[in-house]
Every structure is written in structure tokens, then in C-alpha cells.
Design a protein around this ligand. Structure first.
Ligand code: DC
Length: 228
């Protein structure tokens, strides 16, 4: 009988972590948890309550408000993945906006925010059978994960992917703004004090700048099969 393992996928922003994580979860009938969506939802709450903006962060007030934030994932059969609900409202589209992307790294650097979300993530994955993507999954959330992957790609490739996604959904963005955001998030996520983005020692690194989704999927399935 195969075991229910934990697959941790960490890496830089827009490296296609969620695309690959969703495919793996579907194939092995695992739960997929997009932890970035959780940081994005807290950021949306903070933005809507004027607790964060491009030039300010009211961290004390946000910490006090954490008790008023309930995050839930609800599986959408048509989409094939779970959507994020903030206090009962579907915020899946809003949390992917450039405005939230520009603020999320600031909010994700607050230790109390991380503590709350890490606890919830550990609960979601405690039975195994989970593919979780983020920045600190293999290092902090599940240091004992059976399989750890670390995704990278050039900033230019990542910004191009992100730009296409946002244009396709009708957002009014320009490429330079997206490239700057990708680089700025890399910088803040990798240099913050609490749980910075670093590759876990035993993580297997994928530079997917020139790899197709199919190629990545095939290699990762082999790694998963070897663990089962
Ligand atoms: O994966 P993403 O780009 O949607 O994540 C959005 C931001 O959330 C990212 O820039 C950093 C933060 N994040 C984090 O600090 N830790 C995680 N486990 C996931 C995301």
C-alpha cells in the first residue's frame, strides 16, 4: 500500500509552483494547499482596512486584527482546485491582483502573521497526502516532509509568465511593473528575519526557465513514485 507523504514545494515567486502542485495533487489524489493564497488573503484584509499601503504598514493594528480573520479553502469542482475565502467571501480573484502582490511581502514578514498561518498549514497537512507550496514549507512548516522541491527560473521568464496571466484575465498592467514586483518580492522574501526563503538542504532544485510543464511533471512524478 502506498503511503500518504508530504510534498513541499518552495521557491521564488511565479516559478509555476502552483501549476505543478495542482497537477501532482490531482494525479496522486492529494490535497493541494496554496500557502501564498493565505498570505495574500491576510494582505487583502489589511489593505481593505487601511492597515497597509505602498508607503505604510500598521503592524500593531494588523496583529490585533488577526483574530478577526478567518481563512478557508473551498474546493471548486469545475476549477479542480480549492478557492480562498476570507471571512466567508470568495477572494480568489482579488488576491491575485497587482495591488495585493505589491503589498504581500511586507505583510508576510510579520512574525505574528506567520505564526497564525503556519499553525493552520500544519493542521491541514498533519495527516499527509498533501502538496503544499510556498516559501518556507520544507524549512519551517514541514521540515520532516518526505519530498522537498525548490523551484527557480530567471526573473525575466517569471515576469513574462505573470504578465501573460494578468493580461489574460483582463488586468491593466505593464511588463516593467511586473518585473519590478517579482524582483522586489524575491528580495524581501529572501532577506526577511523570520523564515526567509531559502532552499532546504535536502530539497531538489528545478530551474524551469527552459523546462515545459510536461517535463517538470514527469521528473517530479518519478521522484514521488520513488518515495511511495
Ligand atoms: O506564492 P505567492 O507568490 O502567491 O505568495 C505571495 C507572497 O506570500 C510571497 O511573495 C511571500 C509570501 N509567502 C510566504 O512568505 N510564505 C509562504 N509559505 C507563502 C507565501
Amino acid at each position: 500500500m502506498s503511503k500518504n507523504i508530504i510534498i513541499a514545494i518552495d521557491g521564488f515567486s511565479s516559478t509555476g509552483k502552483s501549476t505543478i502542485a495542482k497537477l501532482i495533487a490531482k494525479k496522486y489524489n492529494y490535497i493541494y494547499v496554496d500557502t501564498g493564497a493565505m498570505y495574500r488573503a491576510v494582505t487583502l484584509f489589511a489593505k481593505n482596512n487601511q492597515l497597509v499601503g505602498l508607503d505604510f504598514l500598521k503592524d500593531e493594528e494588523l496583529i490585533d486584527s488577526l483574530k478577526d480573520i478567518t481563512l478557508t479553502f473551498k474546493f471548486n469542482k469545475d476549477l479542480g482546485f480549492a478557492e480562498m475565502f476570507l471571512n466567508g467571501v470568495n477572494v480568489e480573484k482579488e488576491i491575485r491582483s497587482i495591488e495585493v502582490s505589491q503589498l504581500v511581502s511586507k505583510v508576510a514578514a510579520i512574525s505574528e502573521v506567520r505564526k497564525k498561518l503556519v499553525k493552520e498549514q500544519q493542521l491541514m497537512g498533519k495527516e499527509g497526502g498533501v502538496v503544499m507550496d510556498g516559501r518556507d514549507i520544507g524549512t519551517v512548516v514541514f521540515p520532516e516532509a518526505e519530498l522537498k522541491l525548490f523551484m527557480t527560473a530567471s526573473a525575466d521568464k517569471r515576469a513574462t509568465r505573470r504578465y501573460k496571466e494578468l493580461i489574460e484575465r483582463g488586468d491593466d498592467v505593464n511588463f516593467e511593473e511586473i518585473l519590478f514586483n517579482v524582483q522586489e518580492r524575491d528580495r524581501i522574501d529572501s532577506t526577511r528575519k523570520d523564515s526567509p526563503l531559502v532552499k532546504a538542504e535536502e530539497a531538489i532544485e528545478f530551474d524551469n526557465s527552459d523546462m515545459s510543464i510536461e517535463e517538470q511533471f514527469k521528473s517530479i512524478c518519478t521522484l514521488v513514485d520513488n518515495k511511495l
